[in-house]
Design a binder for this molecule. Structure first.
Ligand SMILES: Cc1cc2nc3c(=O)[nH]c(=O)nc-3n(C[C@H](O)[C@H](O)[C@H](O)COP(=O)(O)OP(=O)(O)OC[C@H]3O[C@@H](n4cnc5c(N)ncnc54)[C@H](O)[C@@H]3O)c2cc1C
Length: 535
């Protein structure tokens, strides 16, 4: 059965960027907007409890649960690649850390030819989106939709980690989104009163009562429709039916770094040879669609603690779970309000780096696998993220069937500089764990263990046990060169009526966590769409 509906704008994906767009494009009441989300509504409690992220890593109801292709420089392993599949997208399942990146990241985007994307240009959009509980100042917003909060309870291990970093000579930093990112401090999170603030909560929920916004959940967009080189609408599947939605103004693809290039490729926009190999008619031969995948890889070490004060102990057994749940239910405090990571230190680890190149964080738990069972003894994990990886890979369809996952190949650790930097970063992080304030709590490093003490062994360990910190970008990169997919107004090059607005347009990954920057892209993208529509 085929039904056709017509809107001004059709947005594919209700994630970090898609929810921002849904809100801003419907605010004036002038435009009718359809938002399609492949996943369900965000009613499940664990999507709103901060510590719920631990359960959502492997929950196929709300997570695409992708994995990379075997990574040649990571001992041939497939690395997990979770992505949100629910209203709010990845902002509904992420680790909640609010760190925008360095001013230099955005100034680089501008220097690559993307006029309007320097730090001074994007700062107003960060401020517009933010409601920081510390209040507004020239760098922060106080009344935007996204709540940003301090940790409600300061864990002794998080405080000790910050002190230990200072004992190593790193400066104290109380605002990683402030004037300088360098140094150690406690993370702020996207929460309000101990509850997750996803973009579904921040932007979509307040807009849903508007008559000009329709949100369709469990609706998988299968292809973009074209008349010549103009996007006219999309085809989607819902409840076993195939339907068509037409966009009289624009189709906006906000499906994230893996699914946006996949949808373009499935629709005939991408490398011609790849598309033809799956029998897909070519609308535009664009070799850059899906290329340039850039992601944060991290070395992870694990340490056993002397005292039973970690998450392993607090929520490991049933008694602990019940106690934590009651504490949370009564006061919205305690272990369930914790984000993935509580404290960190931004470090210049490589001698050639002028700004921090490593984010050395501590998670208050340990376990054999990410999202798996926690250790039965007290433990913490040190996570050292390589902030500006040179390595680039790709996303390419493996089938013409939209339900089949694309090939995801981040090509982690492909360059010498990346390998040198991650080793230097993990060494800096180990120093922090060995400084007196942390040594007081640590019984021993269990992975890789003290016996692993030279650079070659450490690199080997990082290859075998490292993982992503879930910040893939750049597969629909904006730019001016032949491989760029969008221009600086996020319009797909050579095609009218089509934009990509999400993390995939970043020219390179930011030196931080990508949710805040993606929300900024949504805000700025919405202004561009409206400016073009209103004229
Ligand atoms: C486990 C995890 C932890 C993270 N931790 C942090 C953190 O602590 N701090 C931080 O800043 N960032 C973190 N991130 C990264 C951050 O959340 C993402 O960079 C950001 O949410 C990406 O936004 P997006 O709009 O590009 O895509 P998404 O938010 O992923 O949204 C894309 C949406 O499109 C939908 N979609 C895809 N294809 C289709 C289709 N064909 N039809 C219909 N709908 C479709 C998806 O289901 C999804 O809802 C984390 C991410 C993950 C997965």
């Amino acid at each position: 059965m085929q039904e056709t509906e017509t809107y001004d704008f059709v947005i594919v994906g209700a994630g970090s960027a898609g929810c921002v767009l849904a809100n801003r494009l419907t605010a004036s009441g002038r435009y009718r907007v359809l938002v399609l989300e492949a996943g369900p509504a965000d009613r499940n409690l664990w999507l709103h409890i901060p510590l719920g992220f631990g359960r959502l890593f492997t929950d196929r109801r709300f997570n695409w649960c992708y994995a990379t292709e075997p990574q040649p420089e990571c001992a041939g392993r497939a690395v997990i690649a979770p992505r949100g599949k629910v209203l709010g997208g990845s902002s509904s399942i992420n680790g909640l850390i609010y760190i925008r990146g360095q001013a230099e990241d955005f100034n680089l985007w501008r220097q690559l030819g993307n006029t309007g994307w320097g730090y001074d240009d994007v700062l107003p959009y960060f401020r517009k989106s933010e409601a920081n509980e510390r209040g507004a100042d020239e760098l922060h917003g106080g009344d935007g939709p996204v709540a940003v909060s301090n940790a409600r309870d300061q864990h002794p291990l998080a405080l000790a980690y910050v002190e230990a970093a200072q004992q190593c000579g790193f400066p104290r930093n109380d605002d990683f989104n402030g004037v300088s990112q360098e140094g150690a401090g406690l993370y702020q999170t996207t929460t309000r009163d101990g509850v997750r603030c996803s973009t579904a909560t921040a932007y979509l929920k307040p807009a849903r009562r508007r008559a000009n916004l329709l949100v369709a959940t469990d609706a998988l967009t299968t292809r973009i429709l074209f008349e010549g080189r103009r996007a006219t609408g999309i085809e989607y599947c819902r409840g076993g039916e195939t339907r068509t939605a037409l966009a009289s103004r624009e189709v906006i693809v906000s499906s994230g770094t893996f699914n946006s290039p996949q949808l373009l490729q499935l629709s005939g926009v991408g490398p011609a040879a790849l598309l033809r190999s799956f029998g897909i008619p070519v609308v535009a031969d664009m070799p850059g669609v899906g290329e340039g995948l850039n992601d944060h890889y991290a070395g992870r070490i694990m340490l056993r603690c002397r005292e039973p004060i970690t998450l392993n102990d607090a929520v490991g057994g049933w008694g602990g779970k019940v106690k934590a749940a009651l504490h949370y239910a009564v006061s919205r405090r305690g272990y369930l309000t914790l984000a993935a990571i509580s404290a960190g230190c931004f470090v210049r680890a490589h001698p050639l780096s002028e700004t921090p190149d490593s984010q050395c964080s501590m998670a208050l738990y340990s376990g054999d696998s990410i999202g798996g069972t926690l250790h039965a003894f007290p433990g913490v994990t040190g996570v050292c993220t390589l902030l500006r990886p040179e390595s680039r890979g790709y996303v390419r369809i493996k089938s013409a069937d939209p339900r089949q996952a694309p090939a995801i190949h981040p090509n982690y650790l492909a360059t010498e500089r990346d390998r040198e930097t991650v080793v230097a970063g993990v060494k800096a992080m180990r120093r922090i764990f060995r400084a007196p304030a942390m040594a007081h709590y640590i019984a021993e490093e269990i992975e890789p263990g003290a016996a692993c003490d030279n650079d070659d062994e450490l690199l080997d360990f990082i290859r075998r046990r490292g993982s992503t910190t879930y910040h893939p970008v750049s597969t629909c990169r904006m730019g001016q060169d032949a491989l760029a997919v969008t221009d600086e107004r996020l319009r797909v090059r050579g095609i009218s009526g089509l934009r990509v607005i999400d993390a995939s347009i970043m020219p390179a990954v930011v030196s931080g966590n990508t949710n805040a920057a993606t929300i900024m892209i949504g805000e700025k993208g919405a202004d561009m769409v409206l400016a073009d529509a209103d004229t």
